[in-house]
Design a protein around this ligand. Structure first.
Ligand SMILES: [Zn+2]
Length: 1096
């Protein structure tokens, strides 16, 4: 042991002794702390550096790095030899300083010495401000970013585990009881340490409040307003405290807004770091409406705006953050009427606009530009969407709602123009399949699952009537004369007897004759008729060009400022078309829509419509969605989507025909009434296009298309019309989003189709099943296509049963459903992959069918699919939020599917091994599943029992069987808001441990062999086949199963870690986050990033 080390070791031993009774050993402690600290003092990299290195920061870093590693090796020695004598001395001195410092740090954090524990104990128990100050100063140097590497990490983690920040605040609070001035000697170092720890301790804002640290910090801020030294750390800590919403209100009441405004006016104009923290804190405080009023009253807004007005003068390295703080503040101001008025009155709109126009093109300013555009859009008077009603163009008279246990609530909710008590504000929030919060189901208000849980069950006499839907249990006879039979899909024996097999086109047209719709369609879409799929090659994701988003943001502002430049000519109007054929008004289920539809696109190709000077549009076909088109310029069109039937929202899915295009012309399409705040259009997704001309040349396929793709906020507001549902009124301040893309069509005067995703219509499913109905099968295979029930508009809902004919009564059941959400056509493509696998006689499919009975409902929401809805059926209800207690009259498909599960449980007593509901996901990549883990349930009652060992089994198998699958994206939480989804309701009510939702991205993959490629029907079908392969491992021997699972054990371990971290909560996540990224500035928050076009 060297003398240096031994004397340090001695000091630390003395520290341990003295810290046992700190109050009695103040002087001794001071000496010890000073001695240790002197070894830790950070050598500033000031002007005394060696001449040869002066302009070579990188070389210095290289040298530092070599020294830190503790060995001055050959390269280093050679390097030193090239320096002059003065530099050599400097380097050697530095080398020894660094060594001393690192050795000291190692001793401090060594678990044996527990030095940091003793130091924190000294702060906690001594009542001597100068001693507290010197301990804090020592800690501050130990936390210095110039201590690169793991040691500093360890110091920070140890401080956090010792709760050092809270201890410091508690001590300061106690000492200041005798007057604020008492703690003057230690304020600066104490707040320096607090500032360092605050960014790493997400709970500090709350802990500080509990020990009186929030008020204290504000008092100190007031007292030291003009005291340059401690002001910066004080401001920094204030910012972190202001992140908590309770603290925001509290600080506001204490006058913190006035304090900050006053500091802002007194602080020298060059102290940009301080100004930065003031702005960032104001941006947080103004999240509370009361503080918006205070800021207006304190006349702080002028100063804030004047800084933005002269933003070029801000010191370069603080520019982005100061502007970010200002824009965050302005944005919060604009959320209230009062604040918006003040911003407008002080020329905030012009100043923001000037900033937008002068904003540098540098990437780091992209968020500033987005936020500024956002502020601008919030300020200007909002335009209403140019459409007659935000209520959708299609309405349907919902039959009497009797029979539903929540009928009184529901009938009011789903009837246009009728008031409802709008307690489900969340419905207006982000809606996303399973992953985002949707509505907190009315059914669950105040329900304690333990005592009140009594799901509605069909009565026994009702259940026995379902026997005909289980032909496999009754000698494979498909019963006739049931109430389903009379309206079941007609079996088309005629086709079977024909010599020439029926073509897809004929089969599709014939099937479409049987599809009932509530409006009169005018055609069958060409791609559906010919059974279009994707191309044979993979298609890359769109590489986002940030300049596109910049330009779109600037253009959005320009367009508001100069509307006169735009044409604003309506070129397609669905409402008018429906009205003019007198079909606007209610069409009851009995109406006859059985006239035969066809397609004449091939005859139209190449012919110019000379009567108009614009593109022509059409959406009156199955799954079509486009309500109105407004031509903005010769080549730019604003498109408005139709809402779901009987609804005023859920705009996302689109599918329309476009024709009369000029050659080689890029056309800009802006879909201007999207509701979701972000979209995969910002992360690589392209829309799909089909060209009839290409199809006639033998290249008919849906292809990904478009450039200049961007999804951003626009200036239209969602203001309700007088006859709109009142729950909508809550969204007065909400805006719409534009999905924009530019398409150059492959041929002039072609007929093309554009869609959100590869369409898959109800008729397409029927045509597919008709084909399979007529196929001769091996005698031991049983396949039946029956009608589960009828939809509200009288369309039959197919129920398929597939198995082999032996031992049926002993077999377990695999129950699969899909397409409850009509806008998720990808689910149908995956389902088709599954059906292809099961209905093609191979050894692999036989193995599955020998072991399982497959009960499949491939389309749970035909009405939504037929009418081009995004989310609902005909009743403006999300059917995947009705599984807990579906109504037989309003949700017949869900009620029917659940009744089958009940039949299996109580009558045929067959075990359901797997339940899986297929969905499409519009905000995530890959294919993944959600399952149910008791340990991750919102309800404590679930945690009383251990998880079933199989709850994760299928996703684990899928990971090894599907190229598109990502275990990392799976989760197993049971959220309160998901109780009425298929996954959770089936898990809970039927006690099926392997109950899943499987999601397939509408975009593509970010991992695996398809990384950075779109998913097309081919990959989606492949995923369905892979799903079946995963199922087949359920029947393999335990050894085979285990070896299969071992294949991906590495990935699994990684996943388990993620799951464990998630369940440990925020704190762990935060630690995991920063441990990798310490040298980044303390300031890593991006919570002020208001989203115009997503994180850049
Ligand atoms: Zn979904």
């Amino acid at each position: 042991m060297t003398t240096v080390e031994s004397s340090l070791s001695l000091s630390l031993d003395r520290l341990a002794q003295a810290a046992a009774r700190p109050a009695e050993n103040v002087e001794a402690l001071k000496t010890i702390v000073a001695r240790v600290h002197s070894r830790l003092k950070v050598q500033e990299n000031g002007g005394n550096g060696p001449t040869c290195l002066k302009n070579a920061r990188e070389k210095k870093n290289l040298v530092d790095m070599l020294f830190y590693k503790g060995k001055c090796n050959k390269i280093c020695q050679d390097y030193i030899a090239t320096c002059n004598q003065k530099d050599q001395l400097f380097i050697l001195k530095r080398n020894s300083d660094v060594h001393t410092r690192m050795d000291t740090l190692s001793c401090l954090v060594s678990s044996e010495k527990m030095a940091l524990d003793y130091l924190v104990r000294v702060i906690e128990h001594c009542r001597d401000p100068p001693l507290v100050g010197s301990v804090c100063a020592l800690l501050h140097d130990a936390l210095s970013p110039s201590n690169k590497g793991d040691l500093r990490n360890t110091v920070i983690q140890t401080c956090l585990s010792l709760n050092a920040a809270e201890v410091i605040l508690r001590t300061l609070k106690a000492l200041s009881a005798e007057g604020l001035a008492v703690i003057d000697p230690c304020i600066h170092p104490a707040y320096q340490v607090l500032a360092k720890l605050a960014s790493k301790d997400p709970k500090l804002a709350v802990k500080a409040r509990l020990v009186g640290g929030v008020k204290l910090t504000h008092q100190l801020l007031q007292a030291h307003m003009k005291n340059c030294v401690p002001l910066l750390p004080l401001l920094m800590v204030t910012k972190y405290l202001a992140k908590n919403s309770t603290n925001q209100v509290m600080l506001g009441k204490d006058g913190c807004v006035a304090t900050l405004v006053s500091i802002l006016s007194s602080v020298p104009k060059t102290h940009w770091a301080k100004i930065k923290f003031i702005m960032e804190t104001l941006a947080l405080l103004t999240k509370a409406k009361s503080n918006v009023i205070r800021l207006v009253r304190e006349t702080g807004l002028q100063r804030v705006l004047s800084i933005l007005d002269a933003w070029e003068k801000i010191e370069r390295r603080h520019q982005v953050k100061v502007i970010k703080g200002i824009l965050g503040t302005l944005s919060h101001m604009c959320d209230s009427k009062h604040g918006r008025k003040a911003v407008v009155a002080l020329n905030g709109v012009e100043i923001t606009q000037r900033f937008i126009q002068s904003c540098p093109a540098d990437k780091k300013f992209d968020n500033n530009l987005a936020n500024a555009t956002n502020v601008f859009l919030k300020c200007i008077s909002k335009g209403e969407l140019p459409v007659s009603s935000s209520w959708g163009a299609f309405t349907f008279q919902v039959p009497n709602r009797e029979g539903s246990e929540t009928s009184s609530d529901r009938s009011r909710e789903a009837t246009p123009g009728v008031d409802v008590d709008s307690s489900d504000e969340e419905a207006e929030e982000e809606i996303e399949d399973e992953e985002e919060d949707f509505e907190l189901s009315q059914d669950f208000k105040g329900i304690d699952l333990a005592s009140d849980y009594c799901p509605q069950k069909p009565r026994m006499e009702e259940l026995v009537k379902l026997a005909h839907l289980f032909p496999e249990l009754f000698n494979f006879r498909i019963a006739s004369g049931t109430r389903f039979k009379e309206v079941a899909v007609p079996i088309r024996r005629g086709a079977l007897n024909d010599v020439i097999p029926e073509s897809h086109n004929e089969r599709y047209i014939r099937a479409s004759d049987c599809t009932r719709s509530i409006i009169n369609f005018v055609k069958v879409a060409y791609p559906d008729m010919v059974g279009a799929r994707g191309p044979s090659h993979l298609e890359e994701l769109y590489e986002k060009d940030r300049r596109v988003c910049r330009n779109k943001a600037i253009a959005t502002v320009e367009r508001v400022l100069h509307p006169e430049v735009y044409m604003e000519r309506v070129v397609y109007d669905l409402d008018y078309l429906l009205e003019s054929e007198h079909s606007r008004h209610l069409i009851t289920p009995s109406s006859n829509t059985s006239r035969s539809l066809g397609n004449w696109d091939e005859k139209r190709v190449g012919k110019r419509d000379a009567s108009v000077t614009h593109l022509n549009f059409e959406s009156r076909f199955e799954s079509g969605n486009l309500r109105r088109v407004i031509q903005a310029s010769n080549t730019e069109y604003d498109l408005i989507l139709n809402a779901d039937v009987n609804s005023s929202h859920h705009h996302q899915w689109f599918y329309f025909e476009v024709s009369n295009m000029e050659p080689h012309t890029p056309y800009v399409f802006n879909i201007i009434n999207n509701e979701k705040p972000n979209s995969e259009f910002n992360y690589g997704m392209k829309p799909v296009m089909f060209s009839v001309c290409e199809a006639m040349k033998g290249r008919g396929a849906w292809v990904r298309t478009g450039v200049d793709i961007c999804y951003h906020k626009n200036h239209y507001s969602r203001i309700p019309k007088s006859h709109d549902n009142v729950r909508f009124k809550k969204s007065v301040n909400k805006c719409y989003y534009t999905a924009t893309f530019t398409v150059t069509f492959p041929h002039a005067y072609d007929v093309c189709y554009l869609a959100y995703h590869y369409p898959y219509t109800y008729t397409q499913l029927q045509a597919y099943l008709n084909k399979h109905d007529s196929i001769e099968r091996a005698s031991d295979i049983f396949y039946s296509n029956q009608s589960l029930c009828h939809t509200l508009n009288g369309n039959p809902v197919p129920l398929l049963t597939v198995t082999t004919k032996e031992n049926v009564k002993e077999k377990e059941v695999i129950f699969l459903t899909a397409r409850v959400h009509p806008g998720e056509s990808n689910a149908s493509w995956v389902m088709e992959g599954i059906l292809d696998f099961l209905l093609t006689d191979t050894a692999a499919s036989r193995l599955l069918l020998q072991n399982f009975i497959f009960k499949i409902v491939p389309m749970l929401n035909p009405e939504g699919v037929i009418h081009g809805n995004q989310r609902c059926g005909l009743t403006d209800e999300d059917l995947n939020r009705r599984w807990r207690a579906p109504s037989p009259s309003l949700h017949p498909t869900i009620y029917g599917a659940k009744s089958l599960l009940e039949y299996l449980r109580s009558i045929s007593k067959q075990k359901v091994r797997v339940f899986c509901d297929l969905h499409g996901h519009s905000r995530q990549k890959n294919v993944f599943m959600y399952g149910c883990s008791r340990m991750q349930s919102w309800w404590l009652g679930d945690k009383e029992f251990l998880d079933h060992p199989d709850f994760m089994l299928l996703p684990r198998l899928a990971q090894s069987c599907m190229a598109t699958f990502s275990l990392r994206d799976c989760h197993f939480q049971i959220e309160r808001t998901r109780e009425s989804t298929a996954r959770v309701a089936v898990w809970r009510q039927f006690e099926i441990p392997m109950s899943y939702t499987m999601e397939a991205s509408t975009c593509g993959c970010d991992q695996g062999p398809y990384k950075n490629y779109h998913l097309s029907p081919k990959q989606l079908q492949e995923s369905g086949e892979g799903f079946c392969v995963s199922l087949s491992y359920l029947i393999s021997t335990p050894e085979a199963l285990n070896s299969r699972l071992r294949l991906n054990s590495d990935r699994l371990e990684c996943h388990m870690r993620v799951v464990a971290e998630r369940s440990l909560g925020d704190f762990t996540q935060e630690v995991a986050f920063w441990s990798g990224d310490l040298d980044d500035d303390l300031d890593t928050d991006d919570d002020l990033d208001l989203d115009l076009y997503g994180p850049v």
